[in-house]
Design a protein. Structure first.
Length: 495
């Protein structure tokens, strides 16, 4: 614990939804829900207007629609979110060399290490200046917590939401924490919270009254002792500038269970390629390939294979994932597939392809138990899509034929190509217009998709900083309407 509140925690307010509201003027002040739009989609973020209806993150989108039927339901646009996050994180690194990002919208900062704060007054001034600078650079609001420890700084930022700042003076920690729910403390999830409630402990103050010995008896030595220290407001963890990724993974949840084995193999191959793209983008290679399969009955299996050395070769990852799939029974149907790479390194081992052929799948992981929730830990590493519940894949994954589907027709005579079309040229893919995606029209300029169906797509033409725009409807195959990159939230869109 520090004698001055020089650890800052920044948490952007309803980040994904706030970016969408800033990007789409017609949605400002309205209920916005970002996440998977399919029947199995999950809410990633809800705006504060939507939260008044009871909508919250990790809720099934179908349930959110029942609670808030008039909300705007949009797909996530991670490219834009990362761009905005980069701007914010760069501002934090101007304050201190010790910045510990927790996600795209959340980070700890050691203000003392940056020489910008040494007491309460300078820490508060720095926090207020940061909030103002973020608003000017992005148009978004963030909540700031300041305290002498990471735990208390995070508690403070949560209490400051939305768009506020709370500074916890050293020496006032126990008084502040005492009336708060035990769920406020890190490591107290639903199961631990319920266990404590049954023992008559619901607040942090009651944890302190129970004493360390009683908590150790109830929760075990490590958890009980650690929880008691946190209840007293004690936390000596340092802000760590670099947090090494433990894994890289991708996964897709399908609107309709997959039964065709050829289709399932094709999806696994595509997931392997996407995983390698993210792996290379992070500058890593990996040694252990992991396959995740959630079946029709919600049982989740994970299988892994460890190579002789780290690789970022897509052929190696595809081959390993295919071998792992062969050991999984998918007869009843598959609702989710995932491919991940763990055992990360910053170098690769040459000629792994031949070596990997000799490797066999390892014994099933402990997460293989068919409890309906297994596999979350195994595939939830850096680069995964668990936060959005597969929101980036629903729809895009449905209705696609795997590459092996064409191989199954080998030897059959091919139909002649129409005149003017090169032999073997693929048919143009059907264009899908997901709600919230960016588009540009030859005549009307930039806009975003409000919805599509029955061969039509509805677009609202507006952009950050403009007045709410006009809505127009087009055929889904209108040649003058094209997908577009997102526009910056602040500044000249054409710059």
């Amino acid at each position: 614990m520090r004698a001055a509140p020089t650890i800052l925690h920044l948490d952007m307010d309803a980040f994904y939804a706030s970016v969408e509201q800033a990007s789409k003027p017609s949605l400002r002040g309205k209920a916005v829900i970002v996440g998977g739009l399919g029947p199995r989609g999950v809410v990633a973020t809800a705006s504060y207007e939507a939260r008044r209806f009871g909508v919250h993150s990790a809720m099934p989108t179908a349930q959110a629609r029942r609670l808030c039927p008039n909300g705007a339901y949009l797909i996530p646009r991670f490219t834009l979110y990362r761009q905005v996050s980069d701007v914010v994180m760069a501002m934090l690194r101007e304050l201190s060399p010790l910045v510990e990002p927790l996600s795209l919208d959340e980070a700890f900062v050691d203000l003392e290490a940056g020489g910008v704060a040494f007491d309460s007054d300078s820490a508060r001034a720095t926090g207020e200046r940061l909030r103002a600078d973020i608003r000017a650079a992005t148009g978004l609001s963030g909540s700031v917590g300041l305290a002498g420890s990471k735990m208390l700084a995070k508690v403070a930022s949560e209490e400051a939401k939305p768009a506020g700042l709370l500074l916890i003076e050293p020496g006032t920690e126990r008084e502040l924490l005492a009336p708060m729910s035990v769920r406020t403390l890190p490591g107290v999830g639903p199961a631990t919270g319920e266990h404590l409630r049954r023992a008559g402990i619901t607040t942090v103050g009651e944890l302190v009254e129970a004493g360390e010995d009683e908590l150790v008896r109830m929760l075990g030595r490590a958890h009980g002792a650690g929880l008691y220290r946190m209840a007293l407001g004690l936390d000596d963890r340092a802000v760590v500038a670099e947090r090494d990724a433990k894994s890289v993974s991708v996964e897709d949840t399908f609107d309709v269970d997959l039964h065709d084995r050829v289709r399932i193999r094709g999806e696994v191959q595509r997931l392997a390629d996407r995983c390698v793209t993210r792996l290379r983008g992070s500058g890593h290679s990996g040694r252990t390939i992991v396959l995740k399969v959630r079946r029709y009955d919600f049982s989740t299996l994970t299988r892994s294979e460890t190579l002789r050395g780290p690789t970022d070769d897509p052929a190696v990852v595809r081959e390993a994932a295919a071998r792992l799939l062969e050991a999984v029974d998918t007869t009843g149907g598959v609702r989710l597939l995932g491919v991940g790479v763990t055992g990360l390194a910053d170098y690769t081992q040459e000629d792994l392809f031949a070596q990997s052929l000799a490797a066999g799948p390892e014994a099933p992981d402990a997460a293989d138990a068919a409890d309906g929730t297994g596999g979350a830990d195994g595939m939830g590493g850096a680069g995964g899509t668990g936060g959005a519940g597969g929101a980036d894949s629903t729809g895009a994954a449905a209705g696609r034929a795997g590459p092996e589907a064409a191989d199954g027709a080998a030897g059959a005579p091919e139909a002649p190509e129409p005149p003017g079309v090169p032999q073997g040229a693929p048919e143009p893919p059907e264009r899908r217009w997901a709600a919230g995606s960016d588009v540009r029209h030859v005549l009307y300029g930039p806009g975003w998709v409000q919805g599509s169906g029955v061969g039509r797509v509805t677009v609202r033409f507006e952009q950050p900083g403009s007045e709410p725009g006009r809505v127009r409807t087009f055929r889904v195959d209108d040649p003058e309407l094209e997908p577009s990159d997102p526009l910056p939230l602040v500044g000249d869109p054409t710059g």
